[in-house]
Ligand binder design. Structure first.
Ligand code: NAD
Length: 353
């Protein structure tokens, strides 16, 4: 297979971690007979320095015409005082909105080798944890009309049926490849958008009779996530609830440097990135954990290129690397082997070959 991947390393540790992820993708291509071409693009602080804009038109155009995008992270103290319309993070919203990426996938995966990092009691996560949060990304209250009145302010939440339908369909399709269980999260006892959400999800569910569907109110869901996280397979929810629940779910795994994410549209195109930021405190010091970005490559192989075997190979190589005892500083514990960004990349690459 031949494909073109746009690389947007960004700022801080972005270049360090994207470099290792690219080496892993190259190793997969070599091992399984694929041909990858890269486009090197700028966004975030680097782009502000070079062009005055966090998201140059050229970047959006070239990224959109690739098969997939791999992003590191953007931002840092150098750009903290630029006007808000020019902040590096604007590049992320611009890329997601500009490419119509309405579906955000955030797996919360607890590796048994890192179980100590989990803040919950060990019996709650025994045997590991694997939850996928499917969050609607381009609708809801973050995109509704907002404003100020004389002595107040308002934000509006609205959803169309088709917006709900397309994200629900993604969630059910993903559940079909996993444990076939969807938990739809809303606030249907209060919100009208939630009542439409629930009715629409019920309708979509009819096309997936093998998938078990249940509904939870968001307050209950946030409690259940820490009370009994293993009850979940796929959590489907709207934009703001998903923002909060996906952070909660990822914290259960305890290691921000381990978690990938994907933002997808209806076809196979997607943007893949670690959930963490640009970690300016450790940038350029060979200290960053590249595994979240490497696991983002696994998601790219699975969701954009439908290369299951190759995606499994990357995840297996990461597991083997942890089994062999390699740890960057953020996941280091006594009795394991401390390594840097580059050495972690080396270990994963050699486990793929
Ligand atoms: P952060 O995620 O960058 O860092 C939080 C802490 O986690 C830091 O101590 C950092 O060293 C550590 N950390 C993060 N990723 C790591 C990794 N791969 N390996 C080892 N340690 C890691 O969050 P922050 O400090 O709040 O933000 C720093 C900058 O990143 C800010 O400018 C923020 O706006 C930006 N940011 C960008 C994104 C993005 O590009 N998607 C997301 C969040 C924050």
């Amino acid at each position: 297979m031949k494909f073109t991947v746009a690389l947007i390393p960004g700022d801080g540790i972005g270049p360090d971690i994207v470099k290792e992820a690219v080496r892993v993708l190259d190793a997969v291509a070599l091992t399984y007979g694929h041909e990858v071409t890269y486009k090197h693009l700028i966004a975030g602080g680097e782009a502000i320095d070079q062009t005055g804009q966090p998201l140059p038109e050229e970047t959006l155009k070239e990224a959109s015409s690739s098969d997939a995008v791999l992003l590191g992270a953007v931002g840092g103290p150098k750009w903290d005082n630029v006007p808000s319309s020019l902040r590096p993070e604007k590049a992320l919203l611009g890329l997601r909105g500009g490419m119509g990426l309405f579906c955000n996938l955030r797996p919360a995966l607890l590796y048994s080798q890192l179980a100590d990092a989990c803040p919950l009691r060990s019996e709650l996560v025994e045997g590991g944890l694997d939850v996928m949060v499917v969050r609607e990304l381009t609708g809801g209250i973050y995109f509704g009309k907002r404003g100020r009145s004389e002595d107040g302010a308002y934000d509006t939440m609205s959803y169309t049926k088709s917006e709900i339908e397309r994200i629900a369909r993604k969630a059910f399709e993903i559940a079909m490849k996993r444990k076939k269980k969807v938990t739809s999260v809303d606030k249907a006892n209060i919100l009208e958008t939630s009542r439409l959400w629930r009715a629409t999800v019920e309708e979509v569910a009819k096309d997936y009779p093998e998938v078990e569907l249940n509904h939870l109110y968001v307050d209950n869901a946030s409690m259940q996530l820490v009370r009994n996280p293993k009850q979940f397979d796929v959590i489907l929810t709207e934009n703001m609830f998903g923002d909060i629940l996906s952070d909660e779910a990822s914290m259960i795994t305890g290691s921000i440097g381990m978690l990938p994410s994907a933002s997808l549209r209806s076809d196979s195109f997607g943007m893949y990135e670690p959930i963490h930021g640009s970690a300016p405190d450790i940038a350029g010091q060979d200290k960053a954990n590249p595994l979240a970005t490497i696991l983002s490559v696994a998601m790219m192989l699975r969701y954009t290129f439908s290369l299951q075997k190759e995606a499994d190979a990357v995840e297996e190589a990461v597991r083997k690397t942890l089994d062999d005892g390699w740890r960057t500083a953020d996941i280091f514990s006594e009795g394991t082997k401390l390594c840097g960004t580059r050495a972690m990349g080396d270990a994963v690459v050699s486990n793929i070959r």
